[in-house]
Design a protein around this ligand. Structure first.
Ligand SMILES: Nc1ncnc2c1ncn2[C@@H]1O[C@H](COP(=O)(O)OP(=O)(O)OP(=O)(O)O)[C@@H](O)[C@H]1O
Ligand SMILES: [Mg+2]
Length: 293
C-alpha cells in the first residue's frame, strides 16, 4: 500500500497523525488522509484553509482535490522551508525564542478579519466536550458550564497551532493544517496551543516527536509569556480555558493523562466552583502551565 501511494504521489514529505504528505510534481504536495480519517475532513480543511488565506493568513495555496481510490486527497502549493518543530529538535536551546515566534504568528492571525464562512469556535468546542463526556468520562460535561462566554469580537483562530504546523521559510512562516479553524475567542486558541504542547508522561506528544519535557516547557513558557503580555490575559481566565480545552481534546483519541491533570487541577480550585458565578470575586488560581513540565 505504501509503495502504491509513493508511486502515485512521489516521496513522503512528512507524516502527520491524520494524513501523509507526499511530493506531487514540481512545487506541490498532496495530503493523503489515513484510512481512519473521516472522509469529509479533507474537504472541510481545504475550505477553511482557503478562507484563511483569502483573509490574509500565510497559508499554502490549494491547487485542487484529487480522488484516490474513492477517497479525497488535497493538493497544495509546497511550503519551502523547515517546520518550526524541526528547528526545536535541531536547536533545543532556541525553544523559548521559537515559542515567542509562535506567539507572534498567532497574534498576527488574531489581527485579521475572520471569514464568516468559518465555523463557530463555541459550537466546535461544545461538540468535542459532549464527545469526551460520552466516550471518556461523563463528569467532563461540567466543561460545558465552564465554557467562557465570548469576550469581544471573534478572531481568526487556527485551532491547532503548534510548531509542527508552522513551516519557516526564507519568505516568512507558512501555516498548515487548518481543519480545526474557527471564528472565536483568541484566549481559547492560546489555551488550545498550550494543551497541544503537553507531554505525555516521559514522552512528548505524537505530533511533536523527539521532544523532551524541558524543551517543551521552555517553548510553552516563551509562547505564553508573549501572549499574556500582548492580549493582557488574566490568570484565572487562561486557567479556565486550558481546562476546557483539555476536556475537549480528550475527544481526539490522544493520550489523556496530561489532559486529565490540567482538568482535575482546575476542577479542584476555588475558581472552578465560582466559574459560573463570576460576580463571586473568588481569588484566581495560578494558570496550570506547570503541567507542561
Ligand atoms: N503545503 C505543505 N508544504 C510543505 N510541507 C507541508 C505542507 N503541508 C503539510 N506539510 C508538512 O506535513 C506535515 C503534516 O501535515 P499536516 O499537519 O497538514 O497533517 P496532519 O495529518 O493534519 O497532522 P497532525 O494531525 O499530526 O497535526 C506538517 O507538519 C508539515 O511539515
Ligand atoms: Mg499537523
Amino acid at each position: 500500500m505504501t509503495c502504491t501511494v509513493a508511486r502515485l504521489f512521489g516521496d513522503l514529505v512528512a507524516r502527520g497523525t491524520r494524513s501523509s504528505i507526499h511530493a506531487y510534481g514540481r512545487g506541490a504536495v498532496v495530503k493523503v488522509p489515513h484510512p481512519s480519517t473521516p472522509t469529509g475532513w479533507i474537504h472541510f480543511e481545504a475550505r477553511y484553509a482557503e478562507a484563511a488565506r483569502e483573509a490574509g493568513a500565510p497559508v499554502p495555496r490549494l491547487l485542487g482535490i484529487e480522488e484516490m481510490s474513492g477517497r479525497a486527497a488535497s493538493v497544495w502549493e509546497r511550503a519551502e522551508g523547515t517546520s518550526m518543530w524541526q528547528h526545536v529538535i535541531d536547536q533545543p536551546n532556541l525553544s523559548a525564542d521559537l515559542g515567542r515566534l509562535l506567539a507572534d504568528i498567532q497574534c498576527a492571525l488574531f489581527e485579521l478579519v475572520p471569514p464568516v464562512t468559518l465555523p463557530n469556535q463555541h459550537d466546535r468546542l461544545v461538540s468535542k466536550i459532549r464527545w469526551s463526556a460520552a466516550t471518556v468520562d461523563a463528569s467532563l460535561t461540567r466543561a460545558l458550564e465552564l465554557l467562557p462566554t465570548q469576550a469581544g469580537p471573534p478572531r481568526l483562530c487556527h485551532g491547532d497551532l503548534h510548531p509542527s504546523n508552522v513551516i519557516l521559510g526564507d519568505h516568512g512562516p507558512m501555516i498548515v493544517d487548518w481543519f480545526d479553524a474557527s471564528r472565536g475567542d483568541p484566549i481559547a486558541d492560546v489555551a488550545r496551543t498550550f494543551v497541544t504542547l503537553l507531554g505525555d508522561g516521559t514522552s512528548g506528544p505524537r505530533h511533536l516527536s523527539g521532544s523532551d519535557a524541558p524543551t517543551l516547557a521552555a517553548l510553552t513558557e516563551g509562547h505564553l509569556f508573549c501572549l499574556r503580555t500582548a492580549l493582557e490575559i488574566a490568570d484565572d481566565l487562561l486557567a479556565r480555558w486550558e481546562a476546557v480545552q483539555a476536556a475537549a481534546r480528550m475527544a481526539e483519541g490522544v493520550p489523556r493523562d496530561a489532559l486529565f491533570e490540567v482538568w482535575t487541577r482546575y476542577e479542584g480550585t476555588d475558581d472552578s466552583a465560582h466559574a459560573v458565578r463570576p460576580e463571586s470575586g473568588a481569588e484566581p488560581p495560578p494558570a496550570v502551565h506547570a503541567a507542561a513540565n
